[in-house]
Design a protein around this ligand. Structure first.
Ligand code: F6R
Ligand code: MG
Ligand code: MG
Length: 388
């Protein structure tokens, strides 16, 4: 039993408006949020903070001793977003205030609009963490890399050769449709785990624990704005916190899966698949066809709650080939235009005209004699959400 008090890392993000479309946050909104968090730091509510952006998402990285889901911390994040949104409105930024779905704060930002990843732990003598922030994609985009980090021995050598990792990890998987979760152990239940997380729009790895001692290793935000609002309002661009080294995967093992720019959902109008491109902070802006989907990785050491850093982890020529491959995949996917699988399936699109088109054409469809009608429609055309 350690005597040390626990520390909480909270990463809370929202799109409160951006410059020249949905591609990048304006520096004045970063300044507005920074001012609020600096005040809270001087009052002692939070220990430390770092404000940045991934594309059009404003990202608040905070440390404190209030635990996860603390109304105090969520409220100050909410206030920081409100202040930033006020500036966004003054500047006439695009979609100003879009993720602040409610005018009144009610104790917890979950369900209100912002995305949240938080973890509480006793700081190790040296505590390296990585904060991942993605734009133009969904929380399930982390399924593949998080699986590989914590369960794939071809990615993480430590699972095989480091006695501290050799027992493996447990994965808490959240079903966003039913609002329930299930915990599976790897390597024993690896195939069951893969069977569900291969559907990343629905089953999302939310937390990972080290099996040996239940120590928290990773947490992913699971907010899906399009579902929460009942219709498309904003995107559900995710964030994640991952602990590294001495008993957790090494930093290089945490970053390695991102050398493969896997296809994720959420590009252009939240309705297209595209490659996830790892980028340094200076490229954390989404231009080409509003993308391609990007991920930023910032590394910190935490010392008595102080955020030491960050290191801009994808600012490395070692990821140049990944970016080039991602660009080539982007070319390839784009050439499909409005066709699946570049365009998402009808049940997943955040924008659609399909119901209206089908309605318009309904009297022009003529029954083809001799062709049987399938009992169940092959394509479910009912939308999860619809942007007006
Ligand atoms: C938003 C996003 C963008 C928008 C697109 C259309 O984060 O992913 O691709 O969906 O730019 O935006 P509106 O409907 O605001 O013109
Ligand atoms: Mg946006
Ligand atoms: Mg975004």
């Amino acid at each position: 039993m350690s005597e040390k008090p626990k520390i909480t890392v909270s990463v809370i993000k929202a799109d409160i408006g951006s410059l020249a479309g949905h591609h990048v946050v304006h520096p004045d909104t970063i300044a507005a949020a920074t001012r609020i968090l600096a005040e809270e730091k001087s009052k002692g509510t939070i220990i430390d903070f770092y404000v940045t952006n991934a594309g059009d998402d404003l990202e608040l990285i905070m440390t404190h001793r209030e635990g996860v889901d603390s109304p105090k911390i969520h409220e100050l994040a909410w206030n920081a977003f409100k202040e930033a949104a006020k500036v966004a409105k003054e500047l006439g930024l695009y979609a100003a205030g879009q993720d602040l779905l409610s005018d009144a704060f009610s104790g917890n930002v979950r369900g209100l609009g912002p995305g949240v990843a938080e973890m509480e732990f006793v700081e190790r003598p040296a505590e390296p963490i990585v904060i991942f922030m993605a734009d133009k994609t969904e929380p399930g985009a982390f399924n593949l890399p998080v699986f590989r980090i914590f369960a794939d021995p071809f990615n993480t050598a430590g699972l095989v050769i480091d006695p501290k990792l050799h027992d493996g990890f447990k994965f808490e998987v959240f079903d966003v449709f039913e609002g329930q979760s299930v915990t599976l152990s790897a390597p024993e239940e690896m195939y069951d785990l893969l069977a569900i997380i291969g559907t990343p729009a629905r089953y999302i790895i939310r937390r990972v624990y080290r099996k040996k001692d239940n120590e928290i290793a990773a947490v992913v935000s699971v907010e899906r704005l399009n579902l929460m609002a009942g219709k498309y309002i904003g995107k559900d661009d995710p964030v994640a916190i991952i602990r590294a080294q001495s008993g957790f995967p090494a930093l290089g093992e945490v970053l390695e899966p991102f050398a493969f720019p896997h296809l994720v959902a959420g590009w252009m109008r939240g309705s297209h698949h595209g490659p996830l491109m790892p980028v340094p902070q200076r490229y954390a802006k989404c231009t080409r066809f509003d993308g391609p989907p990007r991920i930023l990785g910032l590394g910190f050491q935490i010392k008595n709650g102080r955020l030491v850093g960050p290191a801009d982890l994808f600012d490395d020529p070692a990821f140049d080939e990944t970016r080039r491959l991602a660009s080539r995949i982007a070319d390839y996917m784009r050439r499909h235009g409005p066709f699946m699988p570049h365009r998402l399936g009808p049940e997943e699109m955040e924008y659609t005209t399909l119901p209206a088109v089908l309605e318009k054409l309904k009297d022009r469809f003529v029954k083809v004699v001799g062709e049987p009608k399938t009992k169940k429609p092959i394509l479910e055309t009912k939308m999860l959400s619809h942007h007006e």
